[in-house]
Design a binder for this molecule. Structure first.
Ligand SMILES: Cc1cc2nc3c(=O)[nH]c(=O)nc-3n(C[C@H](O)[C@H](O)[C@H](O)COP(=O)(O)OP(=O)(O)OC[C@H]3O[C@@H](n4cnc5c(N)ncnc54)[C@H](O)[C@@H]3O)c2cc1C
Ligand code: SF4
Length: 453
């Protein structure tokens, strides 16, 4: 069996100094070579691993015969943002983990092939066809992957769609969270442009729950989709977290990605740390650590309370961070942040792993008397996020569950009739593809509801 082809990467030393994309993807020749590794299984297990059931063998077959238009069409039937997903989906735990070739060797590089066709589609795909299946007006709150997908599907079925976004740029986490070295902003902009071309209206700088209320939207629109994400950072509530020099990953990445804090003429202030400790080990933590490095930090550490095996970030991002020189301080948890008028360091305690929790991850237990001091002048807390309570506070009829997530039924309808919700707003922090899947399901329910009008 031939070995898996690997995408070209920027040199680790060089890329640590710039914000250009790390992975350069496949060229045409390598994409076709890789597509030829797929044995076109009659029962494609890879599809079972894909949360939106992309026809993986179907698009790969078209790719290897150079029929890129047909490959784009197949991909876009179930995945509105293939160029994004090809770059950021955790394929190694989804489609690629189920690929039959992975049982005895290496799986097909499905993500890299998806990215190749996604990039082709951006340049060549025709606008989505609009069918007059349903009639009415839909308001979408939030322009992240959930909102964008819901908007595309509602519009494709003939509905009039307006997206309301609180920030001054659309895209949600794709724009303000994931750095350019993983997902170039032009890719996100092109995908959003294709929505505008089919007639989706995007109103920026509108905060639902403050500028306009849900009751007001319901007077004008036949249905609402809440795709407002989970943008409220979680802190450890420990001593010293309010010291200057402590950032939430959310604020830190937003200042850099959305407001261009790394540019000389940026209007956004950002204190650049020399020795930076990032607490957490998910994608958000890796993005923060690698951003700090690119902003000129001399030393960047990931501080995580479990072991490498439990780190939730994508394997590729962990490997890339290591290659770039990020240090990993594992089985270690912060106790307090120290400093008089600014961060000077962090007291941490060593951890052991005990019994498995409900998610099957072993619980971290502090080792008594093992506390020690880590010197640093900046701490970035990347511990996850929950939905912002603004919308719910302004509309108490919306029922919420644990950590403030919106409660929805099997059709993704909330406790208010004709108000639907999905993505991180209902699941808590999850993945791009899961948010897109929810946007699609909600659109289906909305179209079904407005068909009979
Ligand atoms: C730094 C970072 C890295 C990540 N890396 C990955 C990765 O590699 N792979 C992966 O699959 N997932 C990753 N994720 C997770 C993924 O990005 C999210 O799961 C996904 O973006 C959720 O989509 P969403 O549409 O539900 O919400 P979001 O993308 O959060 O979009 C919600 C939008 O709603 C807007 N909004 C909120 N409240 C209001 C309001 N009241 N009025 C109007 N607008 C409002 C927000 O401004 C935002 O634009 C990452 C997340 C972060 C933060
Ligand atoms: S499981 Fe692997 S080899 Fe089989 S169709 Fe899917 S990608 Fe191709």
């Amino acid at each position: 069996m031939k070995n898996r082809n690997k995408p070209r990467l920027q040199d680790p030393i060089e890329r640590g100094k710039n914000f250009n994309e790390v992975s350069l993807g496949f060229d045409e020749e390598t994409a076709i070579l890789e597509a030829n590794r797929c044995i076109q299984c009659k029962k494609p297990f890879c599809m079972e691993g894909c949360p939106v059931s992309v026809n993986i063998p179907g698009f790969i077959l078209q790719l290897r015969t150079k029929n890129f238009d047909e490959a784009s069409k197949i991909l876009k039937e179930t995945n509105m943002l293939p160029a994004v997903c090809g770059r950021v989906c955790p394929q190694e735990t989804q489609c690629e983990s189920k690929c039959i070739l992975g049982r005895k060797g290496e799986s097909v590089a499905i993500g890299s092939l998806e990215r190749f066709i996604g990039d082709y589609a951006i340049k060549n795909a025709k606008p989505k066809e609009i069918k007059n299946v349903a009639k009415g007006k839909v308001a979408i709150v939030g322009s992240g992957p959930a909102g964008l997908t819901c908007a595309a599907d509602c519009r494709a079925n003939g509905l009039d769609v307006t997206i309301f976004e609180s920030l001054h740029e659309p895209g949600g986490v794709l724009t303000y969270g994931i750095p350019e070295f993983r997902l170039p902003i032009n890719i996100v902009k092109s995908e959003i442009q294709s929505l505008k071309e089919i007639g989706v209206d995007i109103e920026l700088n509108v905060v639902i729950g403050k500028t306009i209320f849900i009751e007001e939207l319901l007077e004008e629109y036949d249905a609402i989709f809440l795709g407002s994400g989970a943008g409220l950072p979680i802190f450890l509530e420990m001593e010293g977290e309010n010291l200057p020099g402590v950032y939430s990953a959310n604020e830190y990445l937003t200042r850099v990605n959305l407001m261009g804090a790394y540019k000389k003429d940026s209007a956004t202030p950002l204190v650049k740390g020399k020795v930076v400790a990032v607490v957490g080990a998910g994608n958000v933590a890796m993005d923060s650590a690698r951003t700090a490095l690119r902003l000129g930090a001399e030393k960047v550490m990931i501080v995580y309370r479990r072991s490498r095996k439990e780190m939730p970030a994508r394997h590729e991002e962990i490997e890339h961070a290591e290659e770039e020189g990020i240090e990993f301080i594992l089985l270690t948890n912060p106790v307090k942040i120290l400093g008089k008028s600014h961060v000077e360091g962090m007291e941490v305690v060593k951890m052991d792993l005990g019994e498995e929790d409900e998610k099957g991850r072993r619980r971290p237990i502090p080792i008594e008397g093992s506390n020690y001091f880590i010197e640093c002048d900046q701490v970035i807390m990347a511990l996850g996020a929950s939905p912002n309570p603004l919308i719910v506070n302004s509309c108490p009829e919306l029922k919420t569950g644990r950590n403030g997530v919106l409660i929805v039924d099997e059709n993704l309808e909330t406790s208010i009739k004709n108000v639907f919700a999905g993505g991180d707003a209902t699941s808590g922090s999850a993945t791009v593809i899961q948010a897109m899947g929810a946007g699609r399901r909600a659109a289906k329910s909305i179209v079904e509801r407005l068909k009979s009008k």
